[in-house]
Design a protein around this ligand. Sequence first.
Ligand code: GTP
Ligand code: MG
Length: 208
Amino acid sequence: MIVRSASLEKVCGVTSALPDTGKPMIAFAGRSNVGKSSLINCLVRRKALARTSSEPGKTQTINYYLVNGEMYFVDLPGYGYAKVGRTEREAWGRMTERFLLRSKDLKAVLLLVDIRHDPTEDDKAMYSWILSRGFRPVVIATKADKLKRSRLAPAYRNVRQALGLKEEDPCIVFSARTGAGREEILELAGQLAQGQPTEPPRSPSVPS
Ligand code: GTP
Ligand code: MG
């Protein structure tokens, strides 16, 4: 897939009604500060289309980026951000859950984890949730530039093993700094966007 255009089309907060976009959507989920917004910028080759920050908790809304006028990349608020109060965090969690459960054009939720660290309980919960929703699981192990080459393979195996990925489940090593893995993610996103409708949801709770 080649990105020809990208623009921020819609921003939803906790009280917003979620849009019926009528176009396939690919969402990016993961812990706060893992690099979801940076990944979107890298995919669309725009430095600051999605707002990023070295401080966790930058994205507090659900942001819909229209790509090539035909599909959406959706940037979700990160979970596990301890600094905001529980009430606010739960509100983001509920908003994300509502998005994941009710977006009928959602084709995939790509899960970002930091390649340097063991996936958290929240990451595991999100992974299970993605499976239970009937999506094909796709994991992106990001910030690969922060590891020495010799550390990449063991770190990659650690992520796969900790999440319990099956052999056929893709896990893409990515870096927003170097662009490693970009083409692969775009290819997959393009394919997933054209995919078949998924099964109805079963389990309710996503991490917040
Ligand atoms: P929230 O919006 O808080 O959920 O965070 P996010 O997941 O959108 O993370 P964001 O893209 O804002 O990135 C967080 C920090 O990590 C920023 O300082 C980025 O520059 C940095 N970062 C993101 N991806 C990479 C990467 O691949 N390599 C390196 N070295 N830094 C990265
Ligand atoms: Mg963000």
